[in-house]
Ligand binder design. Structure first.
Ligand SMILES: C[S@@+](CC[C@H](N)C(=O)[O-])C[C@H]1O[C@@H](n2cnc3c(N)ncnc32)[C@H](O)[C@@H]1O
Length: 215
């Protein structure tokens, strides 16, 4: 099977000792890849949508992995096991991710690998408040899109607002990504009417900072 570069980048962040649930698994391709490549022996996959979990089950059956991939229907952390200590969430927006993680079961989770579609500032801030720090960040480019992977681990660290906004690790490393963001910002600025002065200033300040990150 061929796994997208985006999902493969997540697989690379999982250790064989992690007790994983992939929340919002849809087709369960990441799980199939993890087991077929002997990265994990067993994991749980879940989805809140009946059709999505059925898609997952079809793939699990296709590769005869029913004993190794446990597919569950349900909302986020509600379906975890007592042993689960690692959460993967990809392809969802930050608001939904926050809803999923605002569950008492988060207490037993030691590590989260999150590839959110948007608002990484809000995500970082939420996770820090929940008692995690950022142990890894990376950017993956595929088919015209940049995807951000953030690994959160248990522990306390302080971050500046800029670090929460641009990523404490990403802001020192990923010039290509910030060039892309800068172009997007310019396009946004071009579309803000001149009379919306405060909005223009806010976005302009971002472009100044992004320019620094591309140098
Ligand atoms: C865009 S797909 C992403 C699939 C896969 N994780 C990926 O990255 O390719 C998002 C999936 O998350 C599921 N989902 C949305 N909210 C959820 C929740 N609260 N709990 C579990 N699954 C959820 C959706 O049904 C959908 O199948």
């Amino acid at each position: 099977m061929v796994l997208s570069k985006r999902l493969k980048s997540i697989a690379g962040l999982i250790y064989e000792t992690d007790k994983v649930i992939d929340i919002g698994c849809d087709h369960a391709l990441l799980a199939v890849y993890l087991v077929k490549n002997k990265i994990l022996d067993y994991l749980i996959v879940s989805d809140v949508n009946q059709n999505a979990i059925e898609n997952g089950i079809k793939n699990i059956k296709k590769y005869k992995l029913e004993k190794k991939i446990d597919a569950r229907l349900g909302f986020g952390l509600e379906v975890i096991d007592v042993h689960t200590d690692t959460v993967v969430i990809s392809g969802l927006g930050t608001n939904t991710i926050i809803k999923i993680l605002s569950n008492p079961n988060l207490k037993q989770i030691k590590k989260l690998i999150i590839q959110s579609n948007n608002d990484h500032f809000l995500l970082r801030r939420f996770m820090i408040l929940k008692g995690f720090y950022i142990s890894h960040e990376s950017v993956v480019y595929e088919k015209g899109h940049y995807y951000i992977n953030i690994v959160f681990s248990r522990g306390k660290r302080k971050y500046s607002l800029k670090e929460l906004r641009y990523g404490p690790m990403l802001m020192y490393a990923n010039k290509d990504y910030y060039e892309f963001m800068l172009k997007k910002k310019h396009a946004i600025l071009d579309n803000i009417p001149k009379y919306k002065l405060f909005t223009r200033i806010k976005h302009y300040k971002d472009t100044v900072y992004l320019k620094k990150l591309t140098k």
